[in-house]
Design a binder for this molecule. Structure first.
Ligand code: MLT
Length: 266
C-alpha cells in the first residue's frame, strides 16, 4: 500500500487503497498518515482512499523553511496530478484541516466535499505564535520527547488516557517518529497561516465538521463557528473524544464518514 511520488522537489510517501471516487485524508501535527489506518480500512471497499504524509512528517521529505499550509496544499495538488485524480473529497484533522482549507482556497474546483475534524478557521494569536517559535526551538534542541510529554495530556481526552493505553501509546510513538526538523518547520508554517474565517461562507461543497466533546486544542466552539458560517454543513460532536477523535472513537467517526460520503451526489 505504501507508495512514493516525487513532486515539487520532495518525495511524498502515501497510501493509496481501493478504487473509485477519491477521498484524501490529511493528518494532524506532529503525526503521520498511519493515524488514518482505521478510516482507510473502513472505506477502501467503496472508495479510492489516499493518505499522504505531509511535508516534514512520516516518510515524506523534510524541508527546513517554514512548511506553510499553502506549501502543503500545493504538495497535495501535485500529488493528485501525479495520481490523475481531478477531484476528491478532502478530509483533514487539525493541521490537516488547515491544509484542507488552504487547498480549497486555491483549488476549490478540485474539492468534491470537505471533512473538517478537530480543526479551526482562525489564525494563531500573537501569543500562540510566540509559543510555536519557542516549541520549534526546543524541538530542534531536545527532540520530540519533550513535545510528546507536553502534548499528550492535551491531545487525548482524560478518559482515553486512563482507559485506552493502546491509543495513548500509538499517538506517543507517532509523535516520537516525527523528525524534529520537520516538526519545527510545521510549527513555523502553522504560526504564519492565514485566517480562513472570511472564506467559510464561500464554501459551496457538502461539508462535515467533526469534533471531540473534550477537544481542548480546537474545542467544540471552533467547530460551531465553522458550522454557523459554512452553508448546509453538518456538525457531529463525538462525546468523550479529545482532539484525535478518529483514533479515540473510530467506530463513531467511521459511521459519520460513511453516512456523509454515501449522501454525496455522483
Ligand atoms: C494538530 O493536531 O494538528 C495541532 O495540534 C494543530 C495546532 O497546533 O494548531
Amino acid at each position: 500500500m505504501s507508495k512514493r511520488a516525487r513532486v515539487r522537489g520532495i518525495e511524498v510517501a502515501y497510501d493509496d487503497a481501493g478504487a473509485g471516487a477519491a477521498v484524501v485524508f490529511l493528518h494532524g501535527f506532529p503525526f503521520d498518515r498511519s493515524m488514518w489506518r482505521e478510516q482507510v480500512e473502513s472505506l477502501r471497499g467503496a472508495w479510492r482512499v489516499v493518505a499522504p504524509d505531509l511535508r516534514g512528517h512520516g516518510e515524506t521529505s523534510v524541508t527546513d523553511a517554514p512548511a506553510t499550509m499553502e506549501e502543503m496544499a500545493e504538495d497535495l495538488a501535485a500529488l493528485l496530478d501525479e495520481l490523475e485524480i481531478e477531484r476528491a473529497v478532502v478530509a483533514g484533522l487539525s493541521m490537516g484541516g488547515y491544509v484542507a482549507l488552504a487547498f480549497f482556497r486555491k483549488h476549490a474546483r478540485r474539492v468534491r466535499a470537505l471533512i473538517l475534524a478537530d480543526t479551526r478557521a482562525q489564525a494563531d494569536t500573537d501569543e500562540a505564535r510566540r509559543t510555536r517559535e519557542e516549541t520549534a526551538g526546543r524541538t530542534l534542541r531536545d527532540g520530540m520527547e519533550a513535545i510528546a510529554d507536553a502534548m499528550l495530556p492535551k491531545l487525548l481526552a482524560t478518559a482515553t488516557r486512563q482507559k485506552d493505553s493502546e491509543v495513548t501509546t500509538r499517538v506517543r510513538e507517532m509523535i516520537l517518529r516525527t523528525n524534529p526538523r520537520g516538526a519545527a518547520a510545521a510549527l513555523r508554517g502553522m504560526a504564519v497561516r492565514r485566517d480562513q474565517t472570511e472564506m467559510l461562507p464561500e464554501i459551496d461543497v457538502p461539508t462535515l465538521i467533526v469534533v471531540g466533546s473534550d477537544d481542548v486544542i480546537t474545542p467544540p466552539s471552533n467547530a460551531e463557528e465553522m458550522h454557523a458560517l459554512i452553508k448546509g454543513s453538518r456538525l457531529l460532536k463525538i462525546e468523550g473524544a479529545g482532539h484525535v477523535s478518529n483514533l479515540e472513537r473510530p467506530a463513531e467517526f467511521n459511521r459519520a464518514l460513511e453516512e456523509f460520503l454515501s449522501s454525496l451526489d455522483e
